[in-house]
Design a protein around this ligand. Sequence first.
Ligand code: ADP
Ligand code: MG
Length: 337
Amino acid sequence: MNKIVNIEEMKIREIEKEYPFALSFFENNNLEIAGHEEKTFDEYLNNFSEEEIEEWAIDTEKIRIDFMEYISEMLEFLGLEKDDTVESLSIIGGRDKSGKDESFGTLTINKSEIISIVGATGSGKSRLLADIEWTANKDTPTGRSILINGELPDKKWRFSSSNKLVAQLSQNMNFVMDLTVREFIELHAESRMVENQEVVVARIIEAANHLAGEKFDLETPVTSLSGGQSRALMIADTAILSTSPIVLIDEIENAGIDRKKALNLLINEDKIVLMATHDPSLALMADKRIVIKNGGIDKVIETDSKEKEMLVELEKIDKIIGKMRADLRSGKTIEKI
Ligand SMILES: Nc1ncnc2c1ncn2[C@@H]1O[C@H](COP(=O)(O)OP(=O)(O)O)[C@@H](O)[C@H]1O
Ligand SMILES: [Mg+2]
């Protein structure tokens, strides 16, 4: 299933057709591929004479590795490998940090459910998200297994990006090189074969600016976005373009964006959303919350109507705090409420 496996056997002509974005790799690395379309990339690299290699300081082994990484990261980023629909995700218990068995047995989460994950810092919230992202099969420190639609998932899930949201944009941005925000979104939209690209690009930048504290525009180079801005761009892009059936969110409250708007944008009838959070409003927006202690799932609490009512109160409090924050930023003094 994993397309990257056979790229070594593909001719450059086939690579161009299958992965149009490979062209920008060739251009950026000054690789003149014209006339070499019938060679594999390896054959093309082996084609350089010793003089050429010396004159241009070509490191063919490095180019080979960079190319594979580039294609793999782009495929992952673009979520190009389409997967079957996900109706449910199940977590089969493993062990907590002390080696004690988790007692919940199997926890199944269905499509359109929102689950929050709460627990002290260091308790294992990110670990649980990582288990899901990796579709663990007793091969992570927790010993948990993840089932998709009640079955041990095909390996393809591990190599597909369509079952996860990687919100750590800033760590993953290097491979997009010198793109502007517009080019970045267009690239993504093209790969999804979106018809009204202009409209989609406009929607994404609007949504991103809605989330980000400081505004940015389409001509901003991606590399000069702040952490909050790039997170906002990634979230808007994912919400509007991504087909991922499972969305994993790790503590968006730290990202310098409007987290509630972000969550609302990401919630979608067809998706399963799991979100680690310390924020009461976000935690209560979920249908259920998983409580993690000492590395293990301690319990699962359903958000009942009483707690949902508290959301209204929390909203009021959040507004007050939000106003204080804005006042502080703009140099005002805080008044008594
Ligand atoms: N069940 C477990 N068994 C062993 N190590 C665990 C387990 N759960 C979490 N850990 C480890 O504990 C550390 C803290 O977990 P992490 O998920 O980062 O916490 P949190 O996100 O809640 O702050 C990590 O190194 C993680 O791999
Ligand atoms: Mg964490």
